[in-house]
Design a protein around this ligand. Structure first.
Ligand code: SF4
Ligand code: SF4
Length: 206
């Protein structure tokens, strides 16, 4: 059972409350029916995450509408896996999926969310090093267990297989790699990765 620290719900103007912050977020689709939620529970009835965990999509929306900001610290927001069932079934055009994406981004702006995404940092390192989302070396051991000998052999012979198929290198040309690097710098990606790693290192040190 997820532990949630409840705190008194603040009285805010509509412009400042959690629901309105979500509606104003760039990731919210126009006409998102968040404020029209009637708590019918249809989203929860079709949600695989609700079926297999403490996560409750209807409850997520209720807490947002109650302006309960403790939801940003609650690990249940990380149980949604973006299947969009809730989005397709909601009778008032709301999308728990979109709301969740925005809640997660808000949480990532705080330390709690950074901890949740730190396990993906090796993918971020691949983008920074190679400009590509290749499978990081540290996952190879588990993939070898999951997929077995066939997968191991394919990794060993990958270059030969690609050569036989007359495929070019799967890595970017140096100019392209350089361009991707500059783009990642310009959009703040590298900085965000550093912030997430700093939280991890602080936690290890503490
Ligand atoms: S299906 Fe839509 S209206 Fe019904 S509880 Fe879920 S979000 Fe609210
Ligand atoms: S997108 Fe998330 S909240 Fe919506 S149905 Fe799928 S798992 Fe549930």
């Amino acid at each position: 059972m997820a532990k949630v620290r409840r705190r008194e719900i603040k009285t805010l103007s509509k412009e400042d409350d959690l629901a309105h912050k979500i509606l104003k977020d760039i990731k919210a689709s126009s006409g998102l029916g968040l404020l029209r939620c009637v708590q019918c529970g249809m989203c929860a009835s079709t949600c695989p995450a609700s079926r297999h965990s403490d996560y409750d999509s209807r409850e997520i929306i209720k807490r947002v509408l109650d302006n309960d900001e403790t939801i940003l610290e609650d690990e249940i927001i990380w149980n949604c896996f973006y299947c969009y069932n809730c989005h397709s079934i909601c009778p008032v055009g709301n999308s728990v999926c979109e709301v969740n994406q925005i809640l997660r981004q808000m949480a990532i702006d705080e330390d709690t969310g950074k901890k949740q995404v730190e396990s993906f940092m090796s993918f971020a390192d691949s983008y920074i090093d190679k400009g590509l989302g290749i499978i990081p070396q540290e996952y190879h051991g588990q993939l070898s267990i999951d997929y077995g000998e066939h997968w191991d052999k394919l990794q060993e012979k990958l270059e030969d297989v690609r050569e036989n198929l007359k495929l070019e290198s799967m890595f970017l040309l140096p100019e392209a790699e350089n361009e991707v690097g500059k783009t990642l710098e310009a959009i703040g990606f590298k900085n965000r990765v550093k912030e997430i790693k700093d939280v991890r290192n602080r936690n290890k040190g503490g």
